[in-house]
Design a protein around this ligand. Structure first.
Ligand code: HXC
Ligand code: NAP
Length: 291
């Protein structure tokens, strides 16, 4: 069931949604589902050729309308141009999905200052740039809207070896909760999704190079013993960005099969104890009653 489309066919009818990083991976999957639900779509990222190819594929698959605008989210003027082009083509914009990201694994002490700030600039500054440009527009036009930010579960916990990304995603989560309150009065909802492992080429090439993908198989870290399906993320994203989630504001929803909590609970490691041993442990712990 979880890999089936979930919402009713017209759930996003008449909405225009901008997806950053919409030409590949999870952005492409979420954007495609928004189109199937009746939305107009704007996809943006740095590589115009990738965007054009994806836009053509999406239109063919869904029959919807897709505008591809190249933009580096680190550059505020380019972000303003995406907004202008979207309005020129579709008349208005109703939703922003901050999905573009940069990331790679590295011991932090090996990073140059530029390497660190490159990730911060794409993830945090990029999400800030888009949110600010679109937010100013919506507030000026007195238009309600929905912002959805893709973070990670290590935005809560931090994570070794991806420290710039953890810092940046933590910042995006703080922005999500802050603006939910500040911009609620304008009818702008701000929410986030924290995905667990969802295989994509972009992430796997940079986070699990070589044989790391086998050695560090993500599904073994997940209580449900599987990785995510793109459609189940798309279902959640479509719901949160739609008017059906009209009373959800400032929320972050993890969709990770319980992965991050597995790392958190002090006794979760007891999973390794075979069933037969539990009788013995029960006897021992019961006999400790009087001690
Ligand atoms: C150390 C590195 C590096 C690496 C780049 N740098 N890769 N340092 N280890 N593997 C350094 C460079 O040497 C340079 O520093 C600086 O970073 C900028 O590099 P550029 O290549 O010039 O940057 P740019 O072209 O802007 O590319 C950005 C990028 C790249 C982040 C480095 O990987 C990219 O374009 N990524 C976009 C897609 C992506 O990352 N997708 C994955 C998202 S996955 P110096 O000092 O030499 O100038 C994700 C999932 C999280 O977020 C959770 C998963 C479970
Ligand atoms: P992806 O395919 O590499 O997506 C990243 C996208 O960001 C690309 O389309 C890239 O396009 C775009 N991008 C990068 N730098 C940009 C910039 N400066 N300006 C504009 N666009 C830029 O990887 P993904 O796995 O789908 O990741 C999508 C989102 O999910 C990210 O926010 C990621 O952190 C999050 N996430 C993924 C997972 C996972 O398991 N896959 C888990 C948790 C969170 P260009 O190269 O064309 O610019």
């Amino acid at each position: 069931m979880y890999n089936q489309p979930m919402l009713r066919d017209d759930a996003l009818k008449g909405k225009t949604i901008v997806v950053t990083g919409g030409g590949t991976g999870l952005g492409k999957a979420m954007g495609t589902y928004f189109l199937k639900l009746g939305a107009n779509l704007v996809i943006t990222s740095r590589k115009a050729d990738v965007l054009e190819k994806t836009a053509a594929e999406m239109e063919k698959e869904t029959g919807g309308r897709v505008l591809a605008v190249a933009c580096d989210v680190r550059e505020y003027e380019q972000v303003e141009n995406v907004l202008a082009e979207a309005i020129k083509t579709f008349g208005r914009v109703d939703g922003l999905l901050n999905n573009a990201a940069g990331n790679f694994i590295s011991p932090t002490e090996r990073l140059s200052a530029n390497a660190f700030s490159t990730v911060i600039d794409i993830v945090l500054k990029g999400s800030v740039n888009c949110t600010l440009a679109f937010g100013k527009h919506w507030i000026k036009e007195k238009q309600s809207a929905s912002i959805l930010n893709i973070v990670t579960t290590y935005a809560f916990t931090g994570s070794a070896y991806v420290v710039p990304s953890a810092c940046a995603k933590g910042g995006v989560l703080a922005m999500t909760r802050s603006l939910a309150v500040e911009w609620g009065k304008y009818g702008i909802r701000t929410n986030a999704i924290a995905p667990g492992p969802f295989p994509t080429k972009g992430a796997w090439d940079r986070l699990l190079p070589g044989d790391l993908a086998e050695k560090f198989d993500f599904k073994n870290r997940v209580p449900l013993k599987r990785v995510g399906e793109h459609q189940e993320l798309a279902n959640l994203a479509a719901f949160l960005i739609s008017d059906f989630a009209g009373y959800i504001n400032g929320e972050v929803i993890s969709i990770d099969g319980g992965e991050w909590l597995q790392g958190a609970g002090q006794f979760n490691g007891l999973e390794a104890i075979p069933n037969e041993m539990w009788d013995m442990f029960a006897q021992m712990t019961k006999s400790a009653k009087g001690s």
